[in-house]
Design a protein around this ligand. Structure first.
Ligand SMILES: C[S@@+](CC[C@H](N)C(=O)[O-])C[C@H]1O[C@@H](n2cnc3c(N)ncnc32)[C@H](O)[C@@H]1O
Length: 296
């Protein structure tokens, strides 16, 4: 079987199973199988007449079968790109989403601003999952803002030991074991100290939203990464209760939310913190996705 024939067969099988990105997924999975022979996607498309050996054909068709059953590509290839960086991903963690990149951009803006007046900046990523937020912030600082390197201290936590094992794999993958400190903790329970910037993409799907998610998500991604109680805001409200003991002066909180949760969250926070400045940042679909709160 040639590359062209394999792609055609795979794409037809995925289409038949209503996988919307059938062509793209067929190519990505073939790239995954053939990469040990030096084939990337560009080469796959440039050499369609190349013969694939029987072992690789079988492996490929096996992966296509898994995809046809709606297993996410990122769990099959154990890889997901986030902010241009490759992350090891498996079913123990949520697959990093593009909308979370907005939170990272906002975190970098805040860090740069704080660095103008502060000698040290302490950051924590709560509910780190794959570690994508903490790793991306640390890598961006090293590569784009090296002047901040010695000022910033990054921590990352998760309640799930499984998730932390994946985060640790990603820290090692990017040589950051010494740069990011991992903690197993229910929110701030096992965490000591005060922070300048708290980032959190905690589970925020309401009961109703979770009932409507795609089978691909429901059947494969960890429920504990997604479900946030009846209205989806339980964990953020609990976090607000714990925050007073963990913030330095003018600290900033950045949380990823569903746009309709903003009103209730801002109201709850304002009842707790008298002097609070808040703003939201929209994602690419013009949805208010990140809620930023600065405590006085
Ligand atoms: C939506 S996922 C986000 C993962 C990652 N930060 C990202 O953006 O892709 C939420 C993460 O929060 C963790 N989590 C859930 N409840 C938690 C709690 N009470 N304390 C700390 N982490 C929690 C889950 O295990 C999961 O890894």
């Amino acid at each position: 079987m040639t590359i062209k024939e394999a792609l055609r067969k795979a794409s037809a099988e995925l289409k038949q199973n209503n996988i919307p990105s059938s062509d793209l997924d067929s190519e990505v999975l073939l790239e995954y199988v053939l990469k040990r022979h030096g084939f990337d996607r560009a080469k796959i498309l440039a050499y369609p007449e190349t013969e694939i050996n029987v072992q690789d054909q079988n492996k490929y068709l096996e992966l296509i079968k898994r995809r046809a059953q709606r297993e996410p590509v990122a769990y099959i290839t154990k890889d997901k790109e986030f902010f241009g960086i490759s992350f090891y991903t498996d079913k123990r963690v949520l697959i990093p989403r593009p909308e979370t990149e907005i939170l990272v951009e906002e975190a970098l803006k805040t860090t740069k601003k704080k660095a103008e007046t502060q000698a040290r900046i302490k950051i924590i990523d709560i509910g780190t999952g794959s570690g994508c937020i903490a790793v991306t912030i640390q890598k961006a600082i090293q590569e784009k803002f090296p002047q901040l390197k010695d000022k910033v201290e990054i921590h990352a936590s998760d309640i799930s030991l499984d998730a932390l094992t994946v985060a640790e794999t990603n820290l090692k993958k990017h040589g950051l074991q010494e740069k990011i400190k991992l903690h197993q903790s229910d929110l701030f329970k096992n965490i000591k100290g005060k922070f300048d910037l708290i980032c959190a993409n905690l589970p925020y799907l309401s009961k109703k939203d979770y009932s409507l998610v795609d089978q691909e998500i429901k059947n494969y991604e960890p429920k504990k990464s997604l479900k946030g109680g009846d209205e989806g805001v339980d964990l953020y409200l609990k976090l607000f209760d714990q925050i007073p003991d963990h913030i330095k002066k003018s600290a900033q909180l950045l949380i990823e939310i569903h746009p309709y949760q903003k009103k209730a969250l801002v109201k709850a926070a304002k009842e707790k913190f008298k002097h609070l400045k808040d703003h939201t940042v929209e994602d690419l679909n013009h949805q208010e996705r990140v809620l930023a709160m600065q405590f006085q």
